[in-house]
Design a protein around this ligand. Structure first.
Ligand code: NOJ
Length: 548
């Protein structure tokens, strides 16, 4: 089964940087704190850039760092053209950008266009005066029957999506927290404002944007049906693409349908004149199971190829339980997480990593009195929320701040911070960090030789195997075995039987020996719960095997 581009091994040099890239999500609050307030910041990130260069990633996506009351930890923006003083200043941002570019790292900003903060001057003015023309920039509606909410829409964070304004005469819409009023994207002023915001940051030199709730912008409470995913939103992105193209092309990656992901619907927003890509959340909802992964990957490849876009793979982010925990936690969960990551790094498109996964961090068990996520507070503790994915990075083994802060961290460290610390792993060849560095470096090294073609092999239960042609005629075989025990993979198609195999990467250091054994009878032995990357040389035409 083949995917985008047919079996086209050549890789034109004109491909954009994100094609084959690895992007690392920096959840700024928890990355590195430079001023002892317990919250990560831009100067802290600058001091740790070397770590990210050594990790080998191509770009950083930085969570929102604009001035904000932090009702949703920065996804409630009060001023889109500045930096929150807790994170630094515009000068710090410019310095970061400059330092990152000098080190070969690109920077993506997190743009939050679906809603502003309730502290945004527009919303303040809209609330202050029920006759204000600025009310048209938000979604105010008169009460429904018996003074109730205008419709039954609910907030993603729980409860109604409507809050009564102080005048009592109207409700305003917030698909998230009441501190995040939704903008009215039918209003030309809203559109013009965001075009100005894009330009403001593009002029400073950013390399692209991650777009929050990208499917949600245009919505009309007077239309029947659910609020999200209206076709007019695409028009907004067409305009943004034009603006970005004026800067020589910039990456626009959309966050859509986080808990309801459908690759075909999402692909409607993607293409040469629209978004570059949308995060493919399919795999984040799947168990550690080869057949499920295969179906998810095939669906994503097909949908993005049809749209003329690229897949954007992701297993963890600041909204989801970490994948090591989803796969069972403890050493088995970490092992499976490495295997799944190694599979993703073997695929075409862009791979997004979430800070801390390279350390094997698991979801932290944050005590109730330390939880701060609005999902936790709005659900009165019925839902745990996302704090467990957002705890600070342990840089050193020194408690209590573990090199993250000399103050009190805004969220406590997860269990085992000392064991996971960067300094602990840096010299351990078997540690998750070493594996991530090796795998990311190998992806980068192979990138110029790999085309987009992906061909799946027949494989036994619990095994996903695919190959990608290399420009020199060999093939890269990527195989994931989700069975706990080793499996035998019969090589077929152009990788059968190879003149020679070379194991380039294995997610399980102990399993390397098994895979390394020369394939007997055209078979490869795959270690349990592991992914291997194998270079397969094509047999010489005169080889008797080739004629079989
Ligand atoms: C998605 C962001 O990733 C999440 O953290 C945030 O709460 C919502 N969008 C609302 O902005």
């Amino acid at each position: 089964m083949s995917a985008p581009g047919g079996a086209r091994p050549a890789r034109p040099d004109s491909r954009p940087w994100w094609d084959g890239a690895v992007v690392y999500e920096v959840y700024l609050r928890s990355f590195a704190d430079s001023d002892a307030d317990g919250v990560g910041d831009l100067p802290g990130l600058r001091r740790r850039l070397d770590y990210l260069v050594a990790l080998g990633v191509d770009a950083l996506w930085i969570s929102p760092c604009y001035p904000s009351p932090m009702a949703d930890h920065g996804y409630d923006v009060a001023d889109y053209r500045d930096i929150d003083p807790r994170y630094g200043s515009l000068a710090d941002f410019d310095a970061l950008l400059c330092q990152a570019h000098a080190a070969g790292l690109r920077i993506l900003l997190d743009l939050v266009p679906n809603h502003t903060s309730s502290a945004h001057p527009w919303f303040r003015a809209a609330l202050a005066d029920p006759a204000s023309p600025l009310r048209a920039r938000y979604i105010f509606r008169p009460p429904g029957a018996h003074g109730r909410e205008p419709n039954a829409w609910t907030s993603v964070f729980g409860g109604s999506a409507w809050t009564r304004d102080p005048s009592g005469q109207a409700y305003y819409l917030h698909l998230f927290d009441p501190g995040q009023p939704d903008l009215n994207w039918f209003d030309p002023q809203v559109r013009a404002e965001f075009e100005g915001i894009l330009t403001f940051w593009l002029d400073r030199g950013v390399d692209g944007f991650r777009i929050d709730v990208a499917h949600g912008l245009v919505k009309d409470p007077d239309r029947p049906g659910p609020p999200l995913g209206q076709p007019e939103t695409v028009e907004v992105f067409r305009r943004w693409r034009e603006i970005c193209d004026g800067y020589g092309g910039r990456l626009l990656v959309g966050e859509m349908f986080l808990h309801d992901y459908d690759p075909v619907r999402a692909a409607g927003y993607v293409g040469p004149e629209k978004l570059t890509e949308t995060f493919d959340f399919t795999l984040t909802a799947l168990p550690f199971q080869a057949a499920a992964f295969r179906a998810g990957i095939q669906a994503a490849l097909a949908a993005t190829a049809a749209a003329g876009g690229l897949p954007a793979w992701v297993l963890s982010n600041h909204d989801l339980p970490r994948h090591a925990t989803r796969y069972g936690g403890g050493p088995p969960g970490v092992r499976r997480a490495r295997a799944a990551t190694a599979l993703l790094l073997g695929l075409p498109g862009t791979v997004y990593l979430y800070q801390g996964e390279e350390l094997g961090l698991e979801q932290a068990d944050v005590p109730p009195d330390r939880r701060v996520d609005p999902i936790w507070t709005r659900s009165h503790g019925r839902e745990l929320g996302r704090d467990g994915a957002r705890t600070p990075l342990p840089w050193t083994t020194h408690a209590p701040g573990y090199g993250f802060t000399t103050g009190v961290p805004w969220l406590p460290f997860g269990r085992g911070a000392r064991a996971h610390a960067v300094t602990r792993q840096a010299r351990d060849a078997g540690a998750p960090l070493s594996f991530y560095r090796t795998a990311v470096a190998l992806r980068r090294q192979l990138r110029p030789q790999l085309g987009d073609a992906v061909v799946f092999l027949e494989a036994p239960p619990g095994v996903l195997a695919l190959w990608r042609p290399l420009t020199d005629g060999a093939a890269l075989l990527v195989a994931l075995n989700t069975n706990p025990e080793p499996a035998r993979l019969r090589l077929s198609g152009p990788v059968s039987p190879p003149a020679a195999v070379q194991v380039l990467l294995t997610s399980e250091p102990e399993g390397a020996g098994e895979a390394q054994r020369a394939p007997a009878h055209g078979e490869l032995v795959l270690p349990g719960e592991a992914t291997v990357w194998v270079r397969c040389e094509r047999p010489a035409p005169s080889s008797p095997d080739a004629r079989r």
